[in-house]
Design a protein around this ligand. Structure first.
Ligand code: 8YV
Length: 325
């Protein structure tokens, strides 16, 4: 659909890095930016969908089915991010709203963060930092904060998409790790030499020393890693989640970490962000980050530019490069 005759009304729900906001303003001088960076309430999001031709949201905007019920002016939702389970794409499709995302540009940043969480939790980096900052470090000793080795261990990747592959490469070529993985659907090119595809998530959980999740949230993946599945892991095993919070049952994870079902976890995403359960915050053997997977300046600029590419294509009546609905 072409909207090039007059400037569309565009709402951006959060602040974006300055170079992308400048480019937005250059292309669409009337764009409504959110310079206060206050998250939009549900009512405000509903208003945006009722009055704007284009809405550019992020993961902090839940665009559920009810927001597609009423009068709708929005024809295009350009998500800033690759994961889009916060948007009801079926409802969007039904109402003829085009939805796009930003795959590819955040692969390396997110794989780096997953690798970092593996190292941090295995080497007890969070514990050490907390101890030092609290003024409780009493000096070097041979038995101080002994962690687990990463090199040569087995990484299990659940979901061998772009980010899973990038993590497998880091782990294998950088740390000499063996890789096992599972992936729904057809054939998958092995991500690294010797990588073994296992039948399903249960096999990966049982075989790996480090399990890293790289599947979308929502749908059948919601609650996938529950108490029963955590119990399949080795008691020396570590779980890393940079995917979506709802994939892991957080209460079950806290209980499993407390009782030694697994050794530790590195978590970047939560079921109900920004709320993080006290049961997790109280534990030493979990590294907790505030959804930083793609948080490098160059990646966030690239994500913004990818949204602009999608939007420009839509407004020109072309197929957007990364359309999901
Ligand atoms: C984003 C992410 O920062 O892209 C994703 O799916 O989880 C993060 O990298 C976030 O989604 C922004 O909307």
């Amino acid at each position: 659909m072409s909207m090039s005759s007059s400037e569309p009304t565009i709402v951006v729900t959060r602040r974006w890095p300055a170079p992308v906001e400048e480019e937005l303003l250059r292309r669409y001088p009337g764009v409504r930016l959110n310079s206060a960076d206050q998250p939009l309430s549900r009512a405000e999001l509903g208003e945006a969908l009722g009055m704007a031709d284009v809405v550019l949201p992020t993961v902090s905007d839940r665009i559920g089915p009810e927001l597609f019920d009423g009068a709708l002016r929005t024809r295009f939702i350009g998500n800033f991010g690759v994961g889009f389970n916060h948007i009801d794409v079926d409802a969007a499709r039904r109402r003829g709203v085009v939805v796009t995302n930003t795959p590819g540009v955040l692969t390396d940043a997110t794989a780096d963060l997953a690798m970092m969480l593996m190292l941090m939790v295995a080497r007890r980096a969070g514990e050490g930092e907390r101890e030092l900052r609290a003024g409780e470090w009493t000096g070097w000793r041979p038995t101080h904060l002994l962690g687990a080795e990463v090199a040569g261990r087995t990484l299990g990747v659940v979901g061998m998409g772009r980010i899973g592959r990038a993590l497998a490469r880091r782990a294998h070529f950088g740390f000499g790790m063996d890789v096992v993985f599972c992936q729904r659907g057809g054939p998958v090119e092995p991500p690294v030499p010797g990588a073994r595809r296992l039948a399903g998530v249960d096999d990966v959980l049982a075989a790996a020393d480090f399990v890293s999740l790289h599947i979308p949230g929502g749908g059948a993946n919601s609650g996938l890693i529950d108490a029963g599945r955590l119990a399949l892991m080795k008691p020396t095993g570590f779980l890393v989640n940079t995917a979506r919070g709802d994939v892991v049952d957080q209460c079950a994870l806290a209980a499993a970490l407390r009782t030694g079902v697994l050794a530790g976890a590195g978590i970047d995403v939560y079921q109900d962000e920004p709320s993080v359960p006290t049961a997790l915050r109280e534990l030493e053997n979990v590294v907790l980050l505030p959804h930083l997977g793609s948080a490098t300046l160059s990646t966030r600029i690239a994500m913004g530019m990818a949204v602009l590419d999608n939007l420009a294509a839509f407004l020109d009546g072309r197929e957007p490069p990364a359309r999901v609905a």
